[in-house]
Design a protein around this ligand. Structure first.
Ligand code: GLU
Length: 460
């Protein structure tokens, strides 16, 4: 058995899609599982659309996800001389030819086929004549028009897939001798790199029979193919910009790389547990167990997975990731219990800096400003008598205060608001927060008193 060699072949023409990241992960897992190599080949032969910025983005995304290849990145453009050599060989062997038909001829042919409800394809009547040897025009592979052959391959995920050779036509493989098209370049490069398994998106299934014919024409060994299901948006169409972030790096600010990998891994594969490391995925991974159906990129699920990873982070890492060295260590558990995304940490900024809020927020329901001011003054007294750490005693004291201030005819729950609402706002500047008693225990007694004073002074 040949050593397993796999690759991803992203085109540097935009951001590195999360579907590409998933493809990188499954290739990486397969290589690891089988003691093989994982490569990255930048498919940069489309000179107009390829950018250095996009290539850098691919590098950054793979480095962030820790899916780095064996060896350096390979560039398709570095192989152009090889592509030319192979094209020349096919031309000299009569397996490929220059097609001199004009765009108009081809368009007229296409319209006729459409009218006859036939698959659009071009069989060139000149391919076996001397005319095809005159350089110029696009280069096509010579396909047998009257072939009854069924081209088939055993997709490692989907099982047998079949195509009729006669429906392919003499398909194009290069725009010119120095300008190969995807189907040709991909075969030349995969063969050159000794790729044993081509694991890529299902949008390439229809390219596969063409690539098989190119492998055969060149006399190269055909690799195994495995086509991954699409990553879908919530409406089940292919995940695109209108669904939200599609670029892997769009997730860098808010998500941990381990969480995104865990999520992408579980998107099209059922592992034995929901929270799973990359190394554990390697142990369980089997190519044939990847799902066939497209999977919905559900951000809620990603958030949940992320929250599980955030809870496991140590204090130093949290401070570094959020760039908040001033955050109090005692505050961290209270926050990490509640974070889905890293940037949500800003909702808790009152734990390390004074909150800013509008005085209106201190009012609760039907109570008057005097009642609120009174409640805050009484709360201040309770805090002055508190030891600054015992949460139970503070709760009891605030409950007693609620009873004292509230209407005796209404249940305690209802009168609590008069005490807890302004107290919460004074401490956090927010209408929703963790229990203000928990917050008070994190802030020092001095800070709590100062914030209550600030609140009282805000009220006219
Ligand atoms: N450049 C192609 C893509 O990004 C590569 C497809 C393949 O893996 O063969 O879709």
């Amino acid at each position: 058995m040949d050593k397993v060699k796999v690759r991803i072949a992203p085109s540097p023409t935009g951001s590195f899609h999360v579907g590409n990241a998933q493809s990188a992960l499954y290739n990486w897992l397969f290589a690891r599982k089988n003691g093989g190599d994982f490569y990255v080949r930048i498919e940069d032969t489309d000179k107009i659309r390829s950018t250095k910025e996009s290539e850098n983005g691919i590098r950054e995304a793979l480095a962030w996800l820790d899916l780095m290849p064996n060896g350096d990145f390979v560039r398709q453009s570095d192989n152009l001389h090889k592509h030319k050599e192979l094209l020349e060989r096919l031309l000299s062997e009569g397996k490929a030819f220059y097609c001199h038909h004009s765009q108009e001829d081809l368009e007229a042919e296409r319209q006729q086929q459409e009218a006859r409800k036939e698959a659009p394809r071009h069989f060139c009547e000149h391919k076996n004549t001397d005319k095809n040897k005159i350089p110029g025009g696009i280069i096509r592979l010579a396909v047998n028009e009257s072939s009854g052959r069924i081209i088939s391959f055993d997709d490692q995920i989907r099982g047998r897939i079949e195509f009729q050779e006669a429906l392919l036509g003499d398909f194009s493989i290069a725009r010119a001798i120095e300008d190969p098209l995807y189907n040709f370049a991909v075969v030349a490069d995969d063969a050159e790199m000794g790729i044993t398994h081509v694991i890529r998106g299902e949008d390439h299934i229809s390219n596969t029979p063409k690539q098989i014919l190119i492998y055969e024409a060149l006399g190269f060994k055909i690799p195994f193919f495995a086509h991954l299901p699409l990553v879908l948006g919530l409406d089940r169409s292919k995940l695109s910009k209108r669904h939200g972030g599609t670029g892997t790096l769009d997730y860098k600010q808010d998500y941990l790389p381990e969480a995104l990998l865990n999520f992408l891994g579980g998107l099209s594969y059922t592992f034995s547990k929901e929270i799973i490391t990359k190394e554990e995925m390697v142990n369980e991974f089997e190519l044939g167990k990847i799902h066939k159906a497209g999977a919905v990129f559900n951000v809620e699920k990603l958030n949940w997975i992320n929250s599980q990873y955030i809870k496991q982070l140590n204090n130093l890492t949290i401070k570094q990731l959020t760039n908040l060295p001033e955050m109090l260590d005692v505050a961290i558990p209270l926050i990490t219990e509640r974070l889905n995304k890293l940037s949500d940490i800003n909702d808790f900024s009152y734990l390390w800096k004074e909150p800013s809020y509008d005085s209106e927020l201190l009012n609760w329901k039907k109570f008057t400003k005097d009642e609120i001011t009174n409640s805050l003054n009484e709360t201040k007294r309770v805090i002055e008598n508190w030891n600054g750490s015992d949460k139970d005693s503070l709760r009891l004291a605030l409950d007693d205060l609620s009873k004292k201030l509230g209407d005796p005819s209404i249940p305690l729950g209802a009168s609590r608001g008069l005490v807890y609402w302004p107290f919460r706002v004074a401490l956090t500047g927010k209408e929703k927060s963790p229990d203000p008693v928990d917050v008070a225990a994190i802030l020092t007694k001095e800070t709590v008193l100062r914030r209550i004073d600030t609140a009282i002074n805000k009220l006219p």
